[in-house]
Design a protein around this ligand. Structure first.
Ligand SMILES: Nc1nc2c(ncn2[C@@H]2O[C@H](COP(=O)(O)OP(=O)(O)OP(=O)(O)O)[C@@H](O)[C@H]2O)c(=O)[nH]1
Length: 671
């Protein structure tokens, strides 16, 4: 479990690190994108607001200049007859009613006295009666405008209309546009003045900024704000209702630059500036005060409006939180998924390592030599045990695909070569035994079993083989075979082997109509040797006799020991009994030479009984054995150290040719 956990950490930690990096990078980019979108939106709003303010001023100045050029005005100025004044009033009324933008349309003469005044009430132009006309000589807009050159336009600050020294309710935002007029001699004869409804402009501004914009005058007071309670602070004598007081840092930047965008502690500020005087072609003096003389003579246009938007710090923080939450939830999901996958992978690795370990342990400790050969004949795997078995390391087999064939015993190479050629790609199991020669020259028997290997997709993956060292088994088998078929003392075939061969030889003789002789040989007086010289000497003597018997026959003949001092010889290549007689004589002659054993010279003789197929009968194996045995006893009876044919022993009891046997049978062993 500890190993699995370690593997898990090795997989998961790098993935988690990458995921954290990706999440942070993605989150940062997403936040940047959202903030950029917000900044663009704010920038667009302030620009649209500024355009709305500037474009509201332009038509008013054009309308003012139109009035200043009216012939009815100049006629009335030059000849202010009741008729002319009435004509002018008519023109002013028509203008006011058609435009619906102005609260008042007036001509104020050079003394400050209102000469023609049209008030708009509920859309209707009303001429103010002469006795209701006022003198405006003390008003700043009169004095400032009268100072202008002909053609120049005075634009007052945007403020609330004041009637009878009270701010008119509901609030009536107002801007006064005025320009001087002159008579035919060029003497200034007062001004034409329009009281413009500021609300029209402010509504256009609000609409352009989606109700989110703030129109602020040059003193930092709100003219229009999403929060209406902030508006008109300068008129209400409440300095706290100004951006200059509410957010000094922001106002410092906004008032000092025409446009910009900045993120401060209290949020994102975006602004643009409108100079209404510049928009009116020519500028005149202005005053931030509602009443009174001009604060500035005809100076630079310090009066401006700011189109401003503000996104609070809370709004920005909410955007960050939303993105952080989104990224965190996606990141958590990926983290959980990768943790789960890493755990599964670690578990699989662990299982694989376990099975590899088990497999390696089995491969290392197996006594058999396990191999795997690819379909193209490459050695994919050789278990380490191959070195103990062959004297060559597994790497040697992997490096030399032909090594197995090379170390195969020459007598088995054809078998192995055939196996490798024919079975490598065959869909069948195969078993074979072969010998290999070790580097030391030692020969070992290998039992080889192989079968094809298929993958899960039934693809042929080559052959898997198991090789086992069966040298000891082969030796044991050979020993068993030796014990079963051979006489342990002399190494001659025993009775069982004799019978096998005799059966075969007799069948062959019968089939090919050939002759066969069976000789039964028994040592004479062997018991005495044992009794006098000991069993050991008797054994040595038997071995020497066996050798001498073998030397007397051909390679196709069989010499077997079937009893203590009894031997059988099968002669397969005779044509007549005479041939067998010659072999018998040869044997008796071979025995005649003394044998030196244990420092003594020994002389032994043998009695030999012979039967010949088919001369002595068309017999079976048992009959042949019996007849030969009987013949041997005949030879014993005849005095030993001689041979006798079965036929002759029974019927004529005659000595075979070469009667000198008699003399040979008189030889006694020298015990
Ligand atoms: N040394 C030795 N003696 C054996 C072995 N097998 C049998 N004998 C002895 O061989 C002798 C065989 O004797 P027999 O064939 O009966 O008699 P013999 O002395 O040869 O006399 P005849 O055959 O009549 O000439 C017995 O004394 C057995 O004990 C053996 O493997 N080794």
């Amino acid at each position: 479990m500890r190993t699995t956990r370690r593997l898990f950490l090795r997989v998961f930690l790098p993935i988690a690190t990458v995921l954290v990096g990706v999440a942070l990078s993605y989150g940062y980019r997403d936040l940047e994108s959202k903030l950029a979108e917000l900044r663009n939106q704010e920038y667009t709003r302030t620009q649209l607001g500024a355009v709305a303010l500037a474009s509201s001023v332009e038509p008013v100045t054009r309308g003012l200049k139109y009035l200043a050029r009216l012939s009815a005005l100049h006629t009335a100025v030059d000849q202010p007859t009741p008729q002319n004044l009435e004509n002018l009033a008519q023109e002013f009324s028509t203008f006011a009613e058609s435009m619906q933008l102005y609260d008042q349309v007036r001509w104020i003469d050079e003394t400050g006295m209102e000469r023609i005044r049209i008030d708009l009430h509920h859309g209707q132009a009303e001429l103010v009666a002469p006795d209701k006309l006022q003198n405006k000589a003390q008003r700043y807009y009169f004095t400032d405008a009268l100072k202008l050159k002909l053609g120049e336009v005075f634009i007052s600050p945007l403020d609330l209309n004041i009637e009878h020294n009270q701010i008119e309710l509901p609030y009536k935002p107002m801007i006064r546009f005025a320009t001087p007029i002159a008579d035919q001699q060029g003497n200034k004869r007062g001004i034409v003045i329009l009281n413009y409804y500021g609300n029209v402009m402010l509504q256009a501004f609000a609409k352009a900024t989606s109700e989110q914009g703030m129109a602020i005058n040059s003193a930092g007071y709100w003219l229009k704000s999403p929060d209406t309670s902030d508006e008109w602070g300068f008129m209400l004598k409440r300095p706290e209702l100004s951006l200059a007081m509410r957010s000094p840092a922001a106002w410092k930047l906004i008032s000092s630059t025409d446009s910009g965008q900045v993120t401060l502690n209290d949020g994102l500020w975006t602004w643009a500036t409108v100079y209404p005087h510049q928009a009116g072609h020519r500028s005149g003096a202005s005053s931030p005060e509602a009443k009174g003389p001009s604060a500035q003579e005809q100076a630079l246009p310090l009066y401006f409006w700011k189109s401003v938007t503000h996104q609070s710090a809370q709004t920005l923080s909410a955007i960050r939180q939303t993105i952080a939450l989104k990224v965190a939830s996606v990141f958590s999901l990926f983290l959980v998924l990768s943790a789960w996958s890493s755990w599964k992978l670690a578990h699989a690795w662990r299982s694989l390592a376990d099975s590899e370990e088990k497999y390696q342990t089995i491969a290392n400790f197996t006594y058999d030599w396990e191999t795997w050969i690819s379909p193209t004949g490459e050695q994919i795997f050789n278990s380490p045990s191959c070195e103990k078995m062959t004297g060559y390391a597994a790497d040697a087999f992997n490096a030399e695909p032909n090594l197995l064939l090379r170390i195969t015993h020459p007598e088995d190479q054809a078998l192995m070569s055939d196996h490798l050629d024919h079975h490598r790609t065959q869909n069948e199991a195969c078993e074979l035994n072969f010998r290999i020669i070790l580097p030391s020259g030692e020969v070992r028997w290998i039992e080889h079993a192989c079968l094809p290997v298929y993958g899960k997709d039934h693809a042929f993956l080559g052959r898997r083989a198991s090789n086992r060292d069966i040298t000891d088994r082969k030796l044991a088998e050979a020993q068993i075979r030796q014990l079963a078929y051979f006489d342990p003392l002399t190494g001659l075939p025993n009775r069982r082997m004799l019978y096998d061969r005799l059966h075969f030889a007799l069948a062959q003789a019968k089939r090919f109509e050939r002759s066969l002789a069976l000789m039964f040989l028994d040592l004479d007086y062997f018991k005495k040797i044992n009794d006098t010289l000991g069993h050991e000497v008797g054994d040595q003597l038997l071995k020497e006799v066996a050798k001498r018997l073998e030397s007397c026959v051909r390679s196709g003949d069989t010499v077997a020991r079937v009893g203590g001092d009894e031997f059988i010889i099968v002669l397969t290549e005779i044509t007549a009994p005479h041939d067998a007689a010659q072999v018998a004589q040869k044997i008796l002659a071979a025995m005649a030479a003394s044998i030196r054993l244990d420092g003594q010279e020994l002389n032994v003789t043998m009695s030999v009984g012979i039967t010949v197929y088919p001369v002595h009968g068309d017999d079976d194996v048992q009959s042949l054995m019996k007849k030969a045995d009987m013949a041997m006893y005949e030879a014993k009876s005849a005095g030993r150290n001689t041979y006798a044919f079965f036929e002759m022993a029974n019927l004529i009891n005659a000595q075979p040719a070469g009667s000198n046997h008699e003399s040979e049978t008189t030889h006694n062993p020298t015990a």
